[in-house]
Write a protein that binds this ligand. Structure first.
Ligand code: CO8
Length: 260
């Protein structure tokens, strides 16, 4: 499929999705958001795709936010619709059944930070700068950022970042738990790929269940989340992969998972 604003490449089961509007620091206009959705929707049922890395084109930005030129035209009605559509697309990524890693290669601001927050794991280059500067434009995050950031960092830190609109560097982002890991720029993609491939070597049904337990479970009261965990655990016990994983351990050999 031909895309105008993103590039895709699948290599040995790993899909790399590059947001590619470098002239505007990969800002997310409506067309780009739809292309991101199309890529994930197709990858969801594509058995060749086992994991996804999301990154930004060029050497400056992951994504510098929603496209401010488009935002400036919003009315109360279209603003709400755009926010809801973006929330839907990023929630689709958050609930994606295969691991999604953000490789944050530069500015991850506003909607770009929200996109990274929707990914399961965030790895940042030392050059990365993250933030939710929406209040500097007189708006608030609208792609789930108020909710995801508060859940990830706690309300106090989230409110500080959202209400000041401050950008923070990669080291500070790692210190507060906004990113998992910081690496030199030239090692970013290799590090993200290494992590993706490690996860791809594990039982895919187990990884899928783990993502569901954490992502769906964290929106539930603890007892319901634990019920979900136990149910998924029980389901896995019926899989060939679970039997293979245990058997391989007892036979002192690496497991060969088939996703069945
Ligand atoms: N939208 C549109 N164009 C952008 C954006 C953006 N978000 N960010 C950068 N650009 C453009 C610039 O206008 C500039 O274009 P041109 O060359 O034609 O002048 C080009 O990219 C390069 O940018 P700069 O010259 O500004 O580069 P600098 O290195 O000087 O600065 C910054 C880089 C600091 C990243 C700066 O570009 C900046 O502050 N960008 C805006 C960051 C921002 O405020 N992001 C939040 C946007 S709001 C948002 O994301 C809301 C999400 C929820 C939406 C809900 C739907 C209703």
């Amino acid at each position: 499929m031909a895309y105008e604003n993103v590039r895709t490449e699948v290599r040995d089961g790993l899909l790399v999705l590059t947001i590619d509007r470098a002239k505007v620091l990969n800002a997310l206009n409506a067309a780009t958001m739809e292309e991101i959705y199309e890529v994930f929707a197709a990858a969801r049922s594509d058995e060749k795709v086992k994991a996804v890395i999301v990154t930004g084109g060029g050497d400056k930005a992951f994504v510098a936010g929603a496209d401010i030129g488009e935002l400036a035209q919003k009315t109360p009605t279209t603003g709400k619709e755009t926010s809801e559509r973006g929330q839907f697309i990023l929630s689709f990524i958050e609930r994606f059944p295969k691991p999604v890693i953000a490789a944050i290669n530069g500015f991850a601001l506003g909607g770009g930070c929200e996109l990274a927050l929707a990914c399961h794991i965030r790895i940042a280059s030392e050059k990365a700068q993250l933030g939710l500067p929406e209040v500097t434009l007189g708006i608030i995050p609208g792609y789930g950022g108020t909710q995801r950031m508060a859940r990830l960092l706690g309300k106090g830190k989230a409110l500080e970042l959202i209400c000041t609109g401050d950008r923070i560097g990669a080291a500070e982002a790692e210190r507060i738990g906004l990113v998992n890991k910081v690496v030199p720029a030239d090692q970013l993609m290799a590090t993200a790929e290494e992590m993706a491939r490690k996860i791809m070597s594990r039982g895919p049904l187990a990884v899928r269940a783990a993502i569901e337990a954490v992502m769906s479970g964290s929106d539930m009261p603890s007892a319901e989340g634990q019920f979900l965990e136990a149910t998924l655990f029980g389901l896995l016990c019926a899989s060939e992969d679970t039997k293979e994983g245990m058997k391989a351990f007892l036979e002192k050999r690496p497991a060969s998972f088939k996703g069945k």
